[in-house]
Design a protein around this ligand. Structure first.
Ligand code: COA
Length: 260
């Protein structure tokens, strides 16, 4: 499938989704969000794809936010719809996906761009990346889950400081505050994201999906994460992969997981 605003690349079991609007610093307009929904749905349902890396085209930006020019036409009724649609069709789809998604942050990750990275399961940043939620400079607040996911990652104090000052932080600061998992040079960014994903792809795929569901439950209001963990743990016992994992351990060989 080909897209206007995305590039799709495959490297063995990894699917790259590259936001490709370099002249607009990869800002997320409606068309890009719609394409992202399609690309993500395809990747999550394609048995040949084990995991996804999301990054931005070019050297300058991962994604510099939602496309501000489209907000001009949005009336008082439209704001809620933008947030609802975006969260339901893209950001929540990533977070709740059954395959691991890594953000490779190759430059500015601002507003919706940082929200996109935060919806991913793991974040690797290049050392020149800059991150922030500058929506209040426009008279807005983050609407794609940023207030919730940033708070979960860095804590309430740092989240409120970043959101209320609108300051950008460096990759080093982001690492120190738990916003990103790793920092590497721009040249090593994709390699590092692939290395992490390839390690995850050696593990039992259904156990990975169960881990995502259980860990996500930790940040959900009204959900008892301990109950979710018990359910997901029990579910693992119904898989052939668990039998294979146990057999491989006892036979002192590498497991051959089939995702069954
Ligand atoms: N929405 C729409 N267009 C955007 C954009 C966004 N979020 N971010 C950048 N662009 C566009 C610029 O309008 C410019 O387009 P033009 O060449 O047609 O004028 C192009 O991308 C390059 O950006 P520019 O501002 O010239 O680059 P810069 O190096 O001077 O500044 C940033 C880089 C990231 C600091 C600056 O682009 C910026 O502040 N962007 C908005 C960030 C933001 O507020 N995001 C949250 C949105 S809710």
């Amino acid at each position: 499938m080909s897209f206007q605003n995305l590039l799709i690349e495959h490297k063995e079991r990894i699917q790259y989704i590259i936001i490709n609007r370099e002249s607009k610093l990869n800002a997320l307009n409606k068309a890009t969000l719609a394409e992202l929904h399609t690309a993500l749905s395809d990747a999550f349902s394609n048995p040949k794809v084990g995991g996804i890396i999301i990054t931005g085209a070019g050297q300058k930006a991962f994604v510099a936010g939602a496309d501000i020019s489209e907000f001009k036409e949005t009336g008082s009724e439209g704001g809620g719809e933008i947030a609802r649609q975006g969260q339901t069709l893209v950001f929540d789809v990533i977070e709740n996906g059954n395959k691991p998604v890594v953000a490779a942050i190759n430059g500015f990750a601002l507003g919706g761009g940082l929200e996109l990275a935060m919806a991913c399961h793991i974040r690797v940043a290049s050392e020149n990346a800059k991150m922030g939620l500058p929506e209040v400079t426009l008279g807005l607040i983050p609407g794609y889950g940023g207030t919730q996911r940033l708070t979960a990652l860095v804590g309430k104090g740092k989240a409120l400081e970043m959101i209320m000052t609108a300051d950008m932080i460096t990759a080093a600061d982001a690492l120190q505050n738990g916003l990103v998992n790793h920092i590497v040079s721009p040249e090593q960014l994709r390699e590092k994201a692939e290395e992490i994903l390839n390690k995850i792809l050696m593990r039992a795929p259904l156990a990975i999906a169960a881990a995502i569901t259980a860990v996500n439950a930790a940040a959900k209001d009204g959900v008892n994460g301990f109950e979710t963990e018990k359910e997901q743990f029990a579910k693992c016992f119904t898989t052939k992969d668990l039998q294979e994992g146990i057999a491989a351990f006892l036979e002192k060989r590498k497991p051959d997981f089939k995702g069954e």
